[in-house]
Design a protein around this ligand. Sequence first.
Ligand code: ZN
Length: 274
Amino acid sequence: MLEYPEMYTIAQQMKKCIIGKTIQSGELHKDNNNLFMSTDDADKYKLLYDGTITDVDFYAPDIFIRLDNGYGILICQCGGKFLYYQDIAKIPDNHTIHFAFTNGTGLSYTMKLWSLGIFAIKHEDWDQRKKANAERQFQPLNGTEKEFIDFIRKVSIEDPLASKIFLAKYVAGVMSSCAGAILLRACVHPSKKIDVLTEEEQHRIYTAMQSLLSEACEKGGRSSETDLFGVKGGCTTVTERKDIGKPCPNCGNILQKISVGGIMAYCPECQKNK
Ligand SMILES: [Zn+2]
């Protein structure tokens, strides 16, 4: 899945290479059961035609490519690859969705896991979507520590989840891989319920979230994903299934297997469940 650092990286790269370009066409090239949009949604890509890109907005977990004709391209949370092509004729046939620009360049999306979809929406709908998302999820690199702790308290009453599941569900752009890494850095057990976290643990989670996500953004995302030019990110994962048995980056102890919102690695020394 593309998480916060990769979506951030892709949005920054899009700002550099697609602003000023004009949409010639867009197509749902190969439909897929794990793509949660319809061919009717793809028909609306026609609304984008002849629009020129003026900005690329990243508001986790979404990217919005803003056009000068009142519409834009909404990219929702997804597992897959976005690639920029200097020559649209070189986009391989196995891609899922593409957009062609009038100067012969283009953008493709190829699905790997699942995708909530890519939609043509109005500027007003994007503003509404951001507002709704701000109510529901915490923006990890925008909010203060006090706002984060208040947010944990609020969610604790309605939905007292395990810390890892809380991060993946309620922190915008964070999913399983980043949630696990944040908790390992914070030395908090992934299944510890958020309503029993101490103030010190809440502080450590906030600090780890800030440092880990900022570093991963600077490094161009995680090494398990690629950027807009097909280059792997420079940030190594630490708590994915494949990391089980590797040494803990904090203490050197061997990471063990645990299942909290999916199989993951954790450190029984650093992340005691007390
Ligand atoms: Zn450890």
